[in-house]
Structure formats: C-alpha cells, structure tokens
Ligand binder design. Structure first.
Ligand SMILES: Nc1ncnc2c1ncn2[C@@H]1O[C@H](COP(=O)(O)OP(=O)(O)OP(=O)(O)O)[C@@H](O)[C@H]1O
Ligand SMILES: [Mg+2]
Length: 260
C-alpha cells in the first residue's frame, strides 16, 4: 500500500497545472488553464458542458498529451507520459468502477497487479497468493475509509453500484501518494450510495491526499468540497473556498464568467 501522508503536509500544493493549452485541430479546448490542488482538501472542478474539465484532468493524469503548459507535482515539474507513469508519480485517476474486475473478490481487486505472494519456498516457486494477508490489509484499509461491506470474498459484481464505486475509490486511495482525481464519480448513483462515495473521498483527504473531483452537482459540491474551481471556455476563472461562496455566485461565474 502507498505510504500516504508521509512527508505531505496539509495545505501543501500536491499538483499544479500551469497555463495548460490543448488543441484539437483548430479547436482549442484549453486556453491556458491553471489549477492547484492542495493536500488534505477536496477540490471540486465545476463548469458547463464543454468547459474543458475532463480535458484538463485527463492531461494531469496522463491520459491525454497537452499542447503546452507545465504540470508540477509536489514542487517538481513532471512530464506525464501515460496513466501508468502518472500513477508512479503519485497521481491516480478513478475511472468509475471500470478498473475493477467483476469476477474477482474485494482483496483480489484491491491488489490486482500488486498481489502479495506467500513468503515460503512453495509460495515463491508457484506464485501462491497470500489471500490471508491481502484480506487482512484490505479489511483494515476499508475500515479506515469507513466502507462497510458485508463480505470481502464475494465477486465484486455482486456489490451495489455505490459499493463498487466506493471500492474503486478505495483501491485508488490504497496506491495513491499525492492526488486522487475523479470525473463524475457519483453520476449514476442514488443519494445513499453517493454519500458512501463522498465519505470515502473525505477519508482520502484526511489522509492528506489532494482530492480533485469533477461534478455537475453544484449544491452537493458546495456541501462536500473545501475548494471550488470554476472552468469556463477552456480557462479556470475562479478558485474559491466553498465556505465563502454560494450557489448563485458559482452559477453566475459558470454561465457568464462574472460574479453574481
Ligand atoms: N477528442 C476530442 N476531439 C475534439 N474535440 C474534443 C475532444 N475531446 C473534447 N473535445 C472538445 O473540447 C472541449 C472540452 O471538452 P471536455 O470534455 O474537456 O469538457 P467538459 O468540461 O469535461 O464537459 P462535460 O461537462 O460535458 O463533461 C469541448 O468543446 C469538446 O467538444
Ligand atoms: Mg467531462
């Protein structure tokens, strides 16, 4: 598991995007977008359809190359080559629950690709999985994030949508060292299931990770996020503390670019 919070202090800028430009042929999706994500905070990235939110986060997490601009991770400029490279640099994107293998159980999903092998001659020789250890670590990790599942040994396809999404977040948190990025993580979920995902996000922030979440649910973001960043037409036009703004002001900035 990632050694989060080691060395990261609350309030530290974990990731900074500076003047990011993205051209798609003649269309300029990002026109010099800048954004900071802070350790220990949930930052909501808001904006109308087409504002450039997914483009910006996809560039940060290595899914998309940028045309120009700089990405700075914990004070060091980085050239993110791929999603895997970003993950090694401490940046994890949660892609809905798509990263989960539906037929595998919870520990096997959390440790997918990072399995613990039994520490014995036979274990090493035949690559026998240490299920007991993986289950124990998964159980503690989920408990720490406040995710209560009835059983860890069932295939994850038998969990509810909200439980699967919370598990997808938990899995990302397990291996994330700096910043966790989510694009519409609760779009298909009911209110109770959303609450589970939001509480998991809060627990991730409490581990001093920076959490960046894209959402169209502005009232909810004003409630659950610490910071609200607003994008409009390819630029981040506002960076506000959630406690110091309101729905009307955010809507006005989103739709007109001006404060209400
Ligand atoms: N692969 C692509 N090729 C061409 N244009 C693209 C591509 N991806 C996105 N765009 C354009 O870039 C702009 C920003 O898109 P983006 O998906 O980042 O917006 P968004 O803020 O995430 O919107 P939404 O809230 O609808 O998800 C839009 O005008 C979109 O049409
Ligand atoms: Mg989008």
């Amino acid at each position: 598991m990632a050694e989060h919070s080691t060395g990261i202090s609350k309030g530290e800028v974990v990731i900074e995007a500076v003047d990011i430009v993205k051209n798609y042929g003649h269309l300029q999706a990002l026109k010099g977008a800048s954004l900071k994500v802070y350790a220990g905070e949930i930052t909501a990235l808001l904006g109308d359809n087409g504002a450039g939110k997914s483009t910006l986060t996809n560039i940060i997490c290595g899914a998309l190359p940028k045309t120009s601009g700089r990405i700075i991770c914990r004070g060091k400029e980085i050239e993110v080559q791929s999603i895997q490279h970003a993950a090694r640099l401490g940046i994890q994107m949660v892609y809905q629950d798509l990263a989960l293998a539906p037929d595998l159980n919870v520990p096997n999903n959390i440790f997918l690709g990072r399995e613990i092998i039994k520490d014995s001659i036979f274990g090493r020789l035949f690559k026998l999985l240490d299920m007991k250890k993986m289950t124990e670590i998964s159980k503690n990790h989920l408990a720490e994030l406040g995710i209560g599942l009835k059983s860890l040994s069932v295939p994850v396809k038998s969990l509810s949508g909200g439980e699967r999404q919370a598990l997808a977040v938990a899995k990302a948190v397990a291996w994330c060292e700096s910043v966790l990025i989510m694009d519409e993580p609760t779009a298909a979920l009911g209110a109770r299931q959303q609450a589970l995902v939001y509480s998991t996000m809060r627990a991730a922030a409490q581990k001093n990770l920076g959490v960046l979440v894209i959402s169209h649910d502005i009232p909810k973001m004003l409630e659950v996020a610490d910071r609200i960043c607003i994008m409009r037409q390819g630029v981040v036009i506002a960076d506000l503390m959630a406690s110091e703004t309101n729905l009307q002001a955010v809507l006005s900035l989103m739709l007109t670019g001006r404060a209400a």
